[in-house]
Design a protein around this ligand. Structure first.
Ligand SMILES: [Zn+2]
Length: 98
């Protein structure tokens, strides 16, 4: 599957998102909600769940070389994971004496 030329947008008819070709190959994915993301994020949230070869044939984001490396944060929400242990105390609501 060919890369999308810079400046062009293609809609993935299955995933219902638009992928915008970017110079340098890191394409921008316009989700229906939230901030634009990467192909890796799109794949983690949507495209990996496609099962049939027919579906995969229609999806614009099945090429591993184009989507790059999928990292764990691609699978979850935008908010960072808060580590309460680094704040010098227990998480709120866990102290029975309070
Ligand atoms: Zn897709």
């Amino acid at each position: 599957m060919a890369a999308i030329p810079p400046g062009e947008r293609r809609r993935c008819s299955l995933c219902q998102v638009e992928i915008q070709g970017m110079a340098g190959g890191v394409d921008l994915v316009h989700f229906s909600q939230g901030a634009p993301g990467t192909r890796a994020k799109l794949w983690a949230r949507v495209c990996q769940y496609l099962r049939s070869d027919e579906q995969k044939g229609q999806c614009l984001n099945q090429d591993q070389a184009l989507r790059g490396t999928v990292v764990q944060s691609d699978f979850y929400a935008e908010a960072p994971i808060v580590d309460f242990s680094s704040m010098g105390g227990e998480a709120p609501g866990t102290n029975p004496a309070a």
